[in-house]
Design a protein around this ligand. Sequence first.
Ligand SMILES: [Zn+2]
Length: 382
Amino acid sequence: MKIEERPLREYLYKRPQIENNGCNYCKSNNIFNGRCEDCLKKNVTLYYSLRNIEIKNHIMKTEFNLSLKQKKASKFFLEHYINKKNAYLNAVCGSGKTEIMYEVILYALNKGDKVLIAIPRKEIVFELYKRLKSVFINTTIKYIDGKNHDDNGELLVSTINQLIHYENEFDLIILDEVDAYPYQENEYLERLVKKSLKTDGVIFKMSATEKEKIDSDKYIINRRYHNYDLEYPIFIKDNSKKIDENEKLKEILLNNNRKIIIYTYSIRKSQEIADYFGCEYVNSKNKRSKEIISSFKNNRSNILVSTTILERGITIPNLDVVILDAENRVFSYQTIIQICGRVGRSSTDRMGRIYIFYKYYSLKFLKVKRYIKQMNYEMQDL
Ligand SMILES: [Zn+2]
């Protein structure tokens, strides 16, 4: 659906995309022959509108209590929002970053403010949408991805790319996983975020790994919410050329009564391994990914093969993870940490296992070990 056809909005004005040698759509000045080289669009008519938000009483239903540390963080972000100040949450995987934002989201919604949660990966949008729906039970929540543009709700979940459709729209944007590809150091996406935020709007950024330069107030949490340590990975050297030669992996799968995600570095590999073990796979090309993830979560299968698309944002109880060919550059230090963070996330299951298979030892493994050690060592300040 093109932007012109979007329903349920009152259009305020329209204007051309290219004006004064700049692009109104993505705010780029990179114009060549009347076409914007950044968003690759030419002669689009842009319609700007305000979404009419229904003012109502929003409520929050949660089945957990925030830890003291989470409560402090929650208050920190609420105060920053009230004072219209941007802030940054740096929190270790599994510390409940999204939950920390619930209070400020509720506050903003009840004021009639427009709130959006943006994440880099489209595979996670729907998962997060479902999770929010179970918490904000009285709120109309909509998710926007490449196919679904219905944004007639008070709370939106989307990828960062979808922000191209908005200008001066949101009072609060919560950007999750800002350390992830493709957001990291991407000026184009930065511009989209800035453009879609109201001039007095507030941005909260969240990440698990620390960014070096942060230009706003920062809150750090280095314990998981159930206050147990991050799991240490088990490193396994394996020289097998084909999956059917990997005896250690077969043994792990055979003796396993938990859920396992096997991470591989390429789409081709994910299909190959899934074929061999007779299980499902998800990758950016598999159109059934969404369906497969829910069926995996709902206990209909125990093994899932994935590329790095599931490195973050997914919470599954009783989960172990396997990384194959971890020396491959697809598995960056950050990615490995994110994958480790999938394990032991729930208070009823803290003891998942992480198996990292490698053919060549890499320095990044040492960094991963050091990171986990550091995070587990730091004084718990509860
Ligand atoms: Zn553009």
